[in-house]
Design a protein around this ligand. Structure first.
Ligand code: GLU
Length: 278
């Protein structure tokens, strides 16, 4: 494995949505045990970029659960004796909402290198597009309208946007041809044709990054050697690998964990009582 000579650094990167899902606990446990088994560092990073889903005290609650179960974080957030969440470590801040300037810098770099582009499309246009695609039984994807704007059109639209206080989003410019292969430590090699990958939003109009940008920038800057996370993120991983490539960074090793299911192999019920660790 390419990262074999570096000391292991793994992370658990939950979004603070209020309670700890039994599947997340399993992911956290694997990352912790993997770090311990290889004499490495286990990091807790909080991914709070989706501002609509925030819940008060979610970080404290999460840390209490982890403490009770003996899952220890060497870096990132930890619980003080009086029950407050604080951070420690050299790679902070470990709360993504405190890292907005960092993401902005990297998104600007992508735009300058044409690996990402401004998108000025209105919500109305995007909704219509989605309706059309759904009616045609096509997977909903952005049609790359703004990717084909000329430099002077972009300049005009940027100044209009500035005047009206409406910021554009920034989208990833996925290569049109070819494929990306994930070499997953659990699932093996998985190939994705680029044509099935959407030009994902990387930076939202409120200046917050999406998960996709933030996770790649942070895993790189925090020097993660192994990304251990749930299987549901596999379809996002080719986009992440393309971002590593766009930045000229070496990607960490990926290990996706199969979902925790009911005994009849159905997805665990979303009713909190069934899935919350507590
Ligand atoms: N914030 C994501 C989650 O809550 C993390 C996914 C990852 O580990 O990359 O599932």
């Amino acid at each position: 494995m390419s990262e074999i000579n570096k000391p292991t650094r793994t992370r658990f990167a939950p979004s603070p949505t209020g309670y700890v899902h039994i599947g997340s606990l399993r992911t956290a446990l694997f990352a912790f045990l993997f770090a311990r088994a290889s004499g490495g560092v286990n990091v807790l990073r909080i991914e709070d970029t989706d501002r609509n889903r925030l819940v008060d005290d979610a970080v404290e609650n999460l840390l209490k659960v982890m403490n009770d179960l003996g899952i220890v974080y060497d870096e990132g957030y930890y619980l003080t004796d009086d029950g407050h969440a604080e951070e420690k470590g050299e790679y902070g801040p470990y709360l993504q909402s405190k890292r907005l300037e960092i993401y902005q810098k990297y998104v600007d770099e992508l735009v300058a290198n044409k690996k990402a582009y401004y998108c000025f499309c209105s919500q109305e246009r995007l909704d219509d597009l989605r309706k059309e695609q759904t009616a045609l039984k096509k997977p909903p994807m952005y049609d790359r309208y703004c990717r084909n704007l000329t430099d002077s059109e972009i300049a005009d639209k940027l100044s209009q946007a500035k005047a009206s206080g409406q910021n554009p989003v920034v989208r990833q410019a996925i290569p049109q041809d070819g494929q990306t292969i994930i070499h997953d430590l659990v699932f093996g090699d998985i190939a994705y044709d680029h044509k099935v990958l959407d030009d994902q939003v990387l930076l939202k109009s409120d200046g917050f990054p999406t998960y996709h940008l933030a996770v790649v920038v942070d895993d790189h800057l925090m020097e993660m050697t192994h990304v251990i996370r749930s299987e549901e993120w596999i379809p996002s991983t080719p986009k992440h690998l393309l971002l590593y490539e766009a930045f000229g960074w070496q990607a960490p090793a990926f290990a996706h964990l199969p979902l925790v299911l009911n005994t009849d192999k159905t997805k665990l019920s979303k009713r909190q009582g069934d899935v919350a660790v507590e």
